[in-house]
Write a protein that binds this ligand. Structure first.
Ligand code: 3SL
Length: 264
């Protein structure tokens, strides 16, 4: 009988070196707000998103016709088209657009997973949880749930979401270490009272300070945006409508185009 694959939980990007992600699908989790906002942007028709770590690099995409999005400490970066609010990625603003995005922790976590040679990287949030877990079950590869946290510290909301995913995968995967159990236990205590739990979290407090509490409510809406943003080369694409050979062909086409792209 074939052994079940592992599900690991990495509580912050600072711990990613402890995991061999070269044979795992990494799910990057930044519930407040980066991966939630990415799901909203794709569901509203964004063509692709390029996650970048630094502000200067993000700005260079403007000359290539991209919209640029970014926040630092929760606030929109001066001169950018968007901050990191799910409410700004409306269909009117993003349909058919390419967006380069830099955030404090979410894009950093994506880059950390890329640098570690992750086999594949997917963005996860409550907004796409069922699409995500169905995909992971179907793929049947090892999974590493990487919480973006806050400046390499553990955060409540990302850990709760990792617990929700780990719980949904429990019949199909083996838990790798106690961290998956820690996350699941936290999720089970929080599940019906997520808002109460989130309210005590440090990032909720930061967002309240910026008058952004509605965004926290928004981020908890399960399956509101059933998309599947995966990294293909340097870009995130929603591949929720593609399966099997169609997905393989799409991936090769995107990679071929990226190879031809002149370097800036
Ligand atoms: O750190 C991030 O990636 C952001 O999601 C943080 S914030 O919610 O925009 O402040």
């Amino acid at each position: 009988m074939e052994m079940k694959k592992f599900v690991h939980v990495c509580l912050t990007p600072a711990l990613i070196d402890q995991f061999d992600v070269s044979d795992a699908i990494v799910v990057v989790i930044d519930i407040l707000r980066a991966t939630t906002s990415m799901c909203v942007a794709f569901d509203h028709g964004a063509e692709l998103m390029v996650p970048v770590e630094h502000i200067d690099e993000c700005v260079t995409f403007r000359d290539q016709g991209y919209l640029i999005a970014g926040e630092r400490s929760g606030e929109q970066i001066d001169g950018f088209d968007f901050g990191n609010s799910p409410f700004s990625f409306t269909p009117e603003n993003v349909k058919g657009k390419k967006i380069a995005i830099t955030t404090t922790n979410g894009t950093h976590a994506i880059k950390a997973a890329q640098e570690r040679g992750a086999k594949e990287i997917v963005a996860g949030s409550f907004c796409n949880i069922s699409m995500l877990t169905d995909y992971l079950i179907e793929r049947n590869e090892h999974v590493c749930l990487v919480c973006a946290g806050w400046r390499d510290h553990v955060t409540l909301e990302d850990t709760i979401f990792a617990g929700a995913v780990s719980r949904k995968l429990r019949h199909n995967f083996r838990r790798f270490q106690d961290t998956a159990l820690v996350a699941e236990t936290l999720f089970q205590s929080a599940n019906l009272r997520k808002r109460y739990f989130f309210r005590n979290s440090s990032h909720y407090q930061r967002l309240v300070h910026l008058n952004l509490q509605e965004e926290v409510k928004y981020a908890m809406r399960r399956d509101a945006h059933p998309v599947l943003p995966i990294m293909i080369g340097d870009e995130l694409h929603d591949v929720s409508a593609l399966k099997g050979q169609a997905l393989t062909d799409y991936r090769s086409k995107v990679l071929q185009r990226q190879e031809k792209k002149p370097t800036t």
